[in-house]
Structures are given as C-alpha cells and as structure tokens.
Design a protein around this ligand. Structure first.
Ligand SMILES: *[C@@H]1O[C@H](CO)[C@@H](O)[C@H](O)[C@H]1NC(C)=O
Ligand SMILES: *[C@@H]1O[C@H](CO)[C@@H](O)[C@H](O)[C@H]1NC(C)=O
Ligand SMILES: *[C@@H]1O[C@H](CO)[C@@H](O)[C@H](O)[C@H]1NC(C)=O
Ligand SMILES: *[C@@H]1O[C@H](CO)[C@@H](O)[C@H](O)[C@H]1NC(C)=O
Ligand SMILES: *[C@@H]1O[C@H](CO)[C@@H](O)[C@H](O)[C@H]1NC(C)=O
Length: 469
C-alpha cells in the first residue's frame, strides 16, 4: 500500500516536472541592493511578500531630531483598505535626507510612494517640496499628488556610481512641508536601460548614446490588450496598466490573449525586460476577407511638452498571433514618423513564434504635449495574415541638460534655495558650521558604529543636512 502510494507521488512529480520544464528553471531576479522603507512607521510592513523596514525608532534615526522630521499616522477612520504603506508618512519641515548604502554600482530603480494622509497635526494640502535623488532633481514644487485620490508612485532609473545614494526632501518655504510614505531603492538588471537607442528626429535616425549621465523617469508603463499587472505579478515589482485609456480608437484592432508559453531567448528580451503577463496579451490588426485593412492602431500619451526633455519609448512585441513564421510584417510609427519599417518579428527573434522582442526609440518632446505610437500594415503585409501587433509600451522621460526631470533648475540651485539662510557672514559661518558638523558627524559615526552592531539589518538612516551655503 505504502509502496504504491510512493510510486504514485513519484509519478505525479515526474508529470509535473515534464509539464513545466521552463517555469521550474526560472530563477527570479535577486537584486544586490534592495532597500524598502515603510516611512514614518514603527513597524515593518510586509506587502506582496516584500518586507518594508520601519524607519521610526530613535535608534534607527540617529540624525533625526523630532522637531525636524515627524512620523505621521493616517487618522482617516475609513482608511485601511489600501496598502499598509499608506497608513503612515514621514513629514519634513526642514531639508532632510535618507541615505542608502549602495553595494553594486549601476542603474537603480528608485520608487517614491506618496499618499496624502488625513492628520490633525498636518494639513496635507499644505505640502509643497522638491525632491533631489543623488544629483538629479526629480520633483520640484510638488504637492504630493494631492489631486490624485489614490496613492501615487513615482519611479526613476538612476545611475549610481558611489557607495551611498542620498534622497533629499526640501520644503519650498518654511511654511510648507515635505513628506513620503515609502521608498524603494533596488539594483536594476544590467539590460534594463539600453546602452544606445535609435534617435528618431523628424528626418533622421541617429544612434543615441548618452545614458551614463542621465536619469530617467518612468511616465507610462502599459500592458497592451491586457489587464493591470501588479508588483506582485511582475519580475521587477513594477505596475503595468491597461492600454484602453490611451487608445485613440479601437476600430480595426483586436485584443488577443495567448494561453501558451512565452519563449524567452538569451540575447532577446528577458523576463525582467517584460514579464509573461505583458507578452501574453496584445492588440493586433488582422486581414479579413482576403484584404489588408487600411488602418493604423494609435496610442496617444500626454507628456510635458517642451522643457528640453527627450523621451525613451520602449515598444514590446511578441508574435503570439501568427499561425506560422514569416507571415507578419508591419510598420511602427512614433509621433507619425516611421520608426521601424517592415518589422519582421520572425527574423528578429531568430525564427521563433511567441518569443519576445523590444525596440527602443528616443524622441524629442514636442510642443503638442502628446506622444503617439502607431502600428499599421506595411507594403509587405500579407492579405491572409496579421498586419501589426503590439504587446506593451513604456515611456520614460530623460533628464534635461540641467540634470532635472522636473523644471529648469539644477540640483545645486534647488539645494541652495532653501530660505533658512541669510546674512553677510555666510562664508565664515558656513566654514565654522562645516567644521562643527564634520566633527559631530565623525563623532556620531564612531558612536553609531559601536551601537549598530546589534542591528546591522538597518539599510537606511534619515538625516537633516545643512542646506548648501
Ligand atoms: C478626515 O476624515 C474625516 C472622517 O472621514 C473627515 O470628516 C475629514 O473631512 C477628513 N479630513 C481631511 C482633511 O480629509
Ligand atoms: C497575478 O496574476 C494572476 C494571473 O495572471 C491573477 O489571477 C492574479 O490575480 C494576479 N495577482 C495579483 C496580486 O495581481
Ligand atoms: C467579409 O465578408 C463577409 C461576407 O462576404 C461579410 O459579411 C463581412 O462583413 C466581411 N467582413 C469585413 C471585415 O469586411
Ligand atoms: C498610419 O500612420 C502613418 C504615420 O502617421 C501614416 O503615414 C499612414 O498614412 C497611416 N495609415 C493609415 C491607414 O491611416
Ligand atoms: C516596400 O517599400 C520599400 C521602400 O519603402 C521598398 O524598398 C520595397 O521594395 C517595398 N517592398 C515591396 C514588397 O513592395
């Protein structure tokens, strides 16, 4: 009896391993740097199986005096339905910073979570602040997303080549304050940001190559033809939203869901570039009655026009629709300009169906205030096949020449603007202060190192910093 049972279990296991050979071999991405902070909270929070460390404890905030940074709890009696990250926030009345230890140089994903709390201590409609990450201005004159009733997550891709990453919060004036509910600082996979991309000006293609000194802000991340993909379901804890809102017109387009397996190839798009859930759905144009429809599918994305920003448009393709190879040919347009002519997914995926491919295009921001992506039949499309497909779109804003993603001022200018400083004696006072604070910092470091032995888990400390004088 027992013997039979064991055989049965072995048989079941064998069956399982035969039916999922690939899903078993996939190792999830494990980032070297992975700092998750539940700001303003005394308790760690586990959200979607990820542990956000509490930052509210005197031991963990050696540089944070209570009159400068405050932990605030949501007092709205009807809250509690959304994530635990939004139960608390850390509020800054003076310039303050979080510092993260960076063990691996390279691109990092930085996510800042904002949600206006209902508090008797602070009127969140009075928040207004700048945020500087490393040497980049990522938010200026920001109000914490008051206009959106839901939590707001801002995501940036920042190249870090030092041992620490500072995230600074600066109220715009002394009567205002800054806040943040949660912070993520995570090493990005090497292939997430491209080394070069096609620069599609209105007339010419150029090789675009200027990433090392640039920060990116993710402005749109869209799962075309499919449902929302949540951090729980994404390989890099991202959120992909459905495309309906951005579709100019759905006439002539068809949604597709693919139940099979997505075949990731080495050298092609990795699972971190786009998860199965993104490549398994698409919108497409299909020939019918033996003729190629004369239509494009167009998606329209509002973007900040002007300001000297460029945008990186990443288009995700996967031929989950064709019945055989070499049947799908189509054109891809960005802002009405031909970006890829006669895209042949069979050839770019090494003759494999359901294998993902992505293309990066860099465009200028135009005064129109929108960025358009279209797909449509090409002169090689076939009258009995598919005439265009798109599975996902990401749009990322590139920092301008001042190193800013929000406004014309550089980080130096923003940091200098803190209104607390006055007087003629500044250089002298500054020098004295600098020496003083250096010695204090040094002394605290020594004390801290002694103290920190018991809780080395702590990845972060919040500190005030003296606004530059
Ligand atoms: C806080 O919550 C209470 C109860 O829901 C509500 O009456 C009040 O208007 C809220 N205040 C703010 C500032 O949202
Ligand atoms: C994850 O994806 C699966 C199917 O793709 C879905 O059923 C599930 O609800 C998703 N979970 C979350 C938390 O989004
Ligand atoms: C295809 O042809 C059939 C019959 O001739 C017609 O009913 C149908 O509307 C046509 N479909 C399209 C998309 O033109
Ligand atoms: C598709 O869009 C391109 C670029 O805007 C345009 O040249 C072409 O005429 C469009 N095709 C159709 C059928 O609208
Ligand atoms: C499609 O157009 C390109 C140029 O735009 C041309 O070189 C190519 O021969 C055309 N292909 C067909 C099948 O007409």
């Amino acid at each position: 009896m027992e013997f039979q049972y064991r055989n049965f279990v072995i048989f079941l296991l064998l069956l399982l391993s035969l039916s999922f050979p690939l899903s078993l071999s996939y190792t999830p991405f494990s980032p070297v740097d992975n700092h998750l902070v539940n700001c303003g909270s005394a308790e760690d929070a586990t959200v979607d199986n990820r542990l956000y460390a509490a930052d509210h404890s005197s031991r963990k905030l050696p540089f944070c005096s209570s009159d400068r940074s405050l932990a605030v709890r949501n007092e709205d009696p009807f809250a509690g339905s959304s994530s635990r990250l939004y139960d608390t926030a850390r509020v800054f009345k003076k310039p303050s910073e979080y510092k993260f230890e960076i063990r691996e140089k390279g691109t990092h994903m930085v996510r800042l979570h904002f949600y206006s709390l209902n508090s008797s201590k602070f009127d969140f409609s009075n928040a207004q602040f700048h945020v500087v990450v490393d040497k980049y201005v990522v938010l200026s004159n920001f109000n914490g997303g008051l206009s959106v009733k839901a939590p707001l997550v801002k995501e940036y891709l920042i190249w870090v080549d030092s041992d620490t990453l500072a995230i600074r919060f600066l109220p715009t004036e002394s009567s205002k304050f800054a806040f943040v509910n949660a912070i993520e600082v995570i090493s990005a996979p090497k292939d997430l940001v491209p080394n070069s991309a096609l620069y599609l000006d209105s007339l010419q293609f150029e090789n675009f190559d200027g990433w090392s000194n640039q920060a990116l802000e993710v402005v749109y991340r869209v799962n075309v033809g499919g449902p929302k993909v949540t951090p729980f379901n994404d390989t890099l804890w991202r959120t992909w939203v459905p495309d309906d809102e951005y579709l100019e017109s759905s006439s002539g387009s068809e949604r597709l869901y693919f139940g099979g397996r997505i075949k990731y190839r080495s050298g092609g798009a990795s699972r971190e570039i786009g998860p199965d859930n993104v490549y398994k759905t698409a919108r497409l144009i299909r020939s019918s009655n033996g003729s190629i429809p004369n239509v494009n599918i167009t998606w329209v994305f509002p973007v900040a026009g002007g300001g000297g920003y460029k945008y990186l448009v990443r288009l995700h393709f996967c031929d989950i629709a064709s019945i055989s190879l070499e049947l799908l040919f189509f054109n891809v347009y960005v802002n009405g300009n031909l970006a890829i002519e006669n895209l042949d997914l069979s050839s770019v995926t090494n003759e494999m169906l359901a294998s993902p491919y992505y293309a990066d295009v860099v465009v200028d921001s135009y005064s129109s205030g929108v960025l358009k992506v279209s797909i449509g039949p090409s002169n090689e499309s076939l009258s009995h096949a598919i005439d265009g497909i798109l599975n996902g779109v990401e749009i990322m804003k590139l920092s301008n020449s001042m190193g800013s993603l929000d406004g014309p001022d550089s980080a130096d200018v923003v940091l200098r603007h803190w209104p607390g400083r006055t007087g003629v004696l500044i250089p002298l006072v500054a020098a004295v202060l600098l020496v003083l604070s250096l010695s204090i910092v040094l002394r605290r470091r020594i004390i801290e190192t002694k103290e920190s032995i018991g809780w080395s888990k702590l990845p972060v400390n919040v500190s005030e910093f003296n606004a530059k004088v």
